[in-house]
Design a protein around this ligand. Structure first.
Ligand code: ADP
Ligand code: MG
Length: 233
């Protein structure tokens, strides 16, 4: 279980996160929903250990991970815009984290195959990234993040770059993959539909802090303030 307690992050003198408190239970999927610039990407980067926190703590299963280096946290982050490696083919991208873990080649091979099967790209191993459609890139990025079997999966605007029809299809597919794997997931997005489709519970973020969390029905029925009802309305 992930617990973020009163986390603050300041970047270049700019207080980007303040008093962020949030938890994700094992097997649960939580979406952080908030407008652009509210600090969502920074929150994921802080949890991953890619930006330092100024105060507060990040815990996994009751143990502090605040000072654990990124690669030892066993958290997977799919970046906004995916950040695929253009010089590697599909299998090279999906196997990247596995090579970083120094797994034997035969195991990497097996796990790449499994991850590509999971996202419906079994025949795509040797394709170059430049030749993929937007939806295929999204699925390669998801396979790359899932392949090391992270104990926490974090997705930053996972469908944000796609057109409407494709987004709707991939919302359903991505949710099925999360459910099939029973993954613990933290998803951030500015899109309410995407947040709702991919999560069990929402946490609303505004100006660097979480203002309210609950199911969409809870939030609509009992908004904490006028901003919440307007943002969801
Ligand atoms: P979101 O993902 O919700 O759009 P971000 O986490 O990317 O928000 O950014 C939140 C705020 O932090 C923005 O105002 C952004 O300009 C600021 N910010 C992000 N990175 C830095 C940085 N390296 N230095 C200073 N300010 C930053
Ligand atoms: Mg962002």
């Amino acid at each position: 279980m992930l617990e973020v307690r009163s986390v603050a992050v300041t970047l270049d003198g700019n207080e980007v996160l303040r008093d962020v408190t949030l938890s994700v239970s094992n097997g649960e999927s939580v979406a952080v929903l908030g407008p652009s610039g509210s600090g969502k990407s920074t929150l994921l980067r802080a949890i991953a250990g890619l930006v330092p926190i100024e105060s507060g703590s990040i815990m996994w299963d009751g143990r502090e991970v605040t000072n654990v280096p990124t690669h030892l946290r066993e958290f997977g982050l799919m970046f906004q815009g995916y950040a695929l490696f253009p010089h590697l083919d599909v299998a090279g991208n999906v196997g990247f984290g596995l090579r970083m873990m120094n797994l034997p080649p035969s195991e990497i091979e097996g796990r790449v195959t499994e991850a590509l099967d999971l996202v419906g790209l079994a025949g795509f191993r040797s394709r170059t990234i430049a030749d993929l459609s937007g939806g295929e890139r999204q699925r390669v990025a998801l396979a790359r993040t899932l392949a090391p079997e992270p104990r926490l999966l974090m997705l930053d605007e996972p469908l944000g770059a796609l057109d409407r029809a494709l987004r709707e299809r991939l919302m359903v597919e991505t949710r099925e993959i999360l459910d099939e794997r029973g993954v613990t997931a933290l998803i951030v997005t500015h899109d309410r539909e995407e947040a709702e489709a991919l999560s069990d519970r929402l946490a609303l973020m505004r100006a660097g802090t979480i203002v309210q969390s609950g199911t969409l029905a809870d939030l609509i029925a009992h908004p904490a303030d006028a901003w919440v009802s307007e943002f969801l309305g």
